[in-house]
Write a protein that binds this ligand. Sequence first.
Ligand code: C2E
Ligand code: CA
Ligand code: CA
Ligand code: CA
Length: 276
Amino acid sequence: AKHSGRSTFSWYTPELDSDAQKRKEVEAGLIKALKYDQFRLLYQPQYSLRDGELKGYEALIRWDHPEKGTIKPDVFIPVAEDTGLIQEIGTWVLNRACREAAMWQDQNRRIAVNVSPAQFIAGETHKRVAQALRNSRLDPGRLEIEITESLLISNTEAVIETLREIRDMGVSIAMDDFGTGYSSLSYLSLFPFDKIKIDKSFVQNLGKATSTDAIVTSIIGLGRSLDVTITAEGVETEEQAILLRAAGCDLVQGFMFGRPDSVEKHEASSPVFPFD
Ligand code: C2E
Ligand code: CA
Ligand code: CA
Ligand code: CA
């Protein structure tokens, strides 16, 4: 019978089918999600390790699926990247984040937005950033774009030029997940950036392995000499926070200081600092 065509196919290649099928499902779902406005942004706070002050937030996308509930980005961002839907989703994120941040009570808070390498189009991304700033009237000095090192391995000239354009607007650039992936120190001298985010895999091994402690200390020292701000992500314990502060890390972000949530909630609660 005609309607059994799909199950017959999956009978012969069960794994291939379920994998490909799942991606197709996610892709179709993402198209609907864009159409029916099923995305929202959560915000995770970043605190100064020096004085405990709340400096800003990272925007993290969530997908409220009508049947499956809230879906995390690790599930759908890779599919969005493969299918090209990341362009539209990424533009939505940029615009929404700028618009929301422009309405925050505290106009000193910064807003960090993730831009994936697949989304980053050399020669184009700065135009989208400019447009989001224009639409929202957000002060460019409050916006930060988080990129990963893998962006830097290809298309060097054009990527550098586009990052420069973004910085010329007054927007800052943060290197996310620093120390993982295609990290190479030579990129640091080639690419314009303002901030390094130490990957949580290092942060979470602090105090456990002397090699990790040494790496984190070196990254912080590197940041110092390059005059860039260092943020540690994934800080979960007091011990990690204390070690980071002793090492001279500037900012912290992690479950210990606040999970991704609404800005109103974060503004209403103050985290417990293990210092002074
Ligand atoms: P990321 O940019 O490295 O974001 C940090 C991730 O670590 C977030 O996961 C956050 O919830 C999680 N995290 C924060 N503090 C802690 C902690 O103390 N412990 C642990 N175990 N995890 C912590 P999330 O929100 O699930 O996002 C996962 C990834 O999805 C992000 O990693 C980013 O690469 C991507 N992503 C999220 N939102 C966007 C977006 O709007 N656009 C793009 N292109 N990618 C996004
Ligand atoms: Ca990030
Ligand atoms: Ca990260
Ligand atoms: Ca990551």
